[in-house]
Design a protein around this ligand. Sequence first.
Ligand SMILES: [Zn+2]
Length: 69
Amino acid sequence: MERKVFGLGDIVLMKKPHPCGTNEMEIIRMGMDIRIKCTGCQHSVLIPRAKFEKNLKKVLHSAASEAED
Ligand SMILES: [Zn+2]
């Protein structure tokens, strides 16, 4: 099973697009809840971690592991 690793500052691709049509989000706060900001319209939303992980398709750009890919 693939483990999803994500961190602060990462750009992630979500399964469900934002109402503006963009499904790329930036993680701007980590915790029990995750705050993500839409890269299209700049709106941010706070969602429970479990819901975030369920809706996360993949990490497009990892802020922490620049060297890895
Ligand atoms: Zn948006």
